[in-house]
Design a protein around this ligand. Structure first.
Ligand SMILES: Cc1cc2nc3c(=O)[nH]c(=O)nc-3n(C[C@H](O)[C@H](O)[C@H](O)COP(=O)(O)O)c2cc1C
Length: 359
């Protein structure tokens, strides 16, 4: 810390590149969460100084158009749109983003093609992509991406095998100075944000931590499951047979996750008995979770639906306004930086500011 700097000035210096890329007060991205990250939460995050990202998921171009326009009506601040690269109408969705002058698109769910990145960039949109390893990070930088997100296995939803801390140690020193890199997975307090910024990150992305925001439309039962859960309840899906791959998804354990194990065993049994071929068996396993996130988030079926959640769910203790969530993270980050400058180790800042900062 420079002698004359306040902790906030120090923080702003640490995440300056992230703020500049996003055009925001803080370099805190609210990671897109299918069904959860719709107009209300996204606008709330952006209005509170973070960067909201709309989850397109399996939306049609018409639905995405309506959702972007509704979000634009709720905020004049920058927000992004998350597109899944294997969506069959990806090109049409990209055109929607360009036509509605979305400033930033996050391409997720597999390595995006060069032409997808180029079309967005030629249209004036900034592009961020997920980099699961250093070699892929370099490849994406060559393709012209403006920023990268590295997401560790602690995260909620679809996950890779490597922890956030190891990815950060691998990727930040290699490419962190070339493009802004945002760290995601397992972040729930400001001290962790500071640590990744000090390692060379330009910002962070949090998903799980925003699910229980007051503005989140997630069903009260979905939020209650988050508030009750501990870190160890957020487990990756388990694959019972290497011949039948299962995409790892981190979610809270419930009746659905137990039934999924049983379904895999039943289907594999029928395959082994010659009652179905391998492709049919694989499809039956893959279809198990179809529509399951919607069932949990929107309908509140927390028994059978998918309760996608990261390990930081243990840090989610109550429903709070988005503005309070972001201000708390910033206060904790500032307190951590203040401790570094004085050399005095004090108790960490509280889970939420003592005075209610909501205007
Ligand atoms: C319920 C839920 C749904 C998610 N859906 C998506 C998605 O549609 N697209 C995506 O790129 N990431 C998705 N994610 C990942 C988040 O965008 C974010 O990167 C992740 O939650 C960060 O880690 P954290 O959960 O530890 O905060 C989802 C996460 C959760 C918890």
């Amino acid at each position: 810390m420079i002698a004359t700097e306040t902790p906030r000035q120090h923080l702003d210096r640490l995440w300056a590149r992230g703020r500049s890329l996003l055009g925001t007060e803080t370099a805190i991205m609210g990671g897109a969460m299918s069904w959860v990250s719709e107009r209300n939460l996204v606008a709330a995050i952006s209005n509170a100084g973070g960067f909201g990202v709309l989850a397109c998921g399996s939306m049609t171009p018409e639905l995405l158009t309506a959702e972007i326009e509704a979000t634009q009506a709720l905020t004049s601040k920058p927000f992004g749109v998350n597109l899944i690269t294997m969506h069959p109408q990806l090109d049409a969705l990209i055109n929607v983003c360009l036509r509605l002058e979305v400033g930033h698109v996050v391409l997720a769910g597999g390595l995006p093609s060069g032409p997808s990145i180029r079309t967005l960039k030629d249209g004036g949109t900034k592009v961020l992509c997920f980099a699961p390893a250093t070699a892929l990070a370099r490849k994406l930088i060559k393709s012209g991406v403006d920023g990268l997100i590295i997401e560790g296995t602690e995260a909620g939803g679809h996950i890779g095998p490597v922890s956030t801390s190891v990815l950060a140690q691998e990727i930040l020193p290699a490419v962190g100075e070339i493009v802004p890199v945002f760290v995601a997975g397992g972040i729930g307090r400001g001290e962790a944000i500071v640590s990744y910024l000090e390692m060379g990150a330009a910002g962070v992305q949090l998903g799980t931590h925003f699910v229980c925001a007051t503005e989140s439309i997630a069903h009260p039962k979905f939020k209650a499951a988050f508030i009750k859960a501990n870190a160890r309840d957020a487990m990756p899906t388990v694959q019972v047979d290497p011949r039948f791959p299962v995409i790892p998804v981190r979610a809270l354990r419930n009746k659905g996750t137990d039934l999924f194990m049983q379904t895999q065993r039943d289907v594999i049994g029928r395959f082994q008995a010659g009652e179905m071929d391998q492709k049919t068996a694989q499809l039956e396993i893959e279809h198990f979770w179809a529509g399951a996130l919607r069932r949990a988030v929107i309908d509140g079926d927390v028994e059978n639906g998918s309760l996608m959640a990261g390990q930081s769910v243990g840090l989610v203790k109550e429903e709070l306004p988005t503005r309070v969530i972001i201000e708390t993270l910033v206060t904790q980050a500032e307190a951590a930086l203040a401790q570094r400058s004085t050399g005095v180790t004090a108790a960490p800042a509280p889970d939420r500011p003592l005075a209610d900062p909501v205007p």
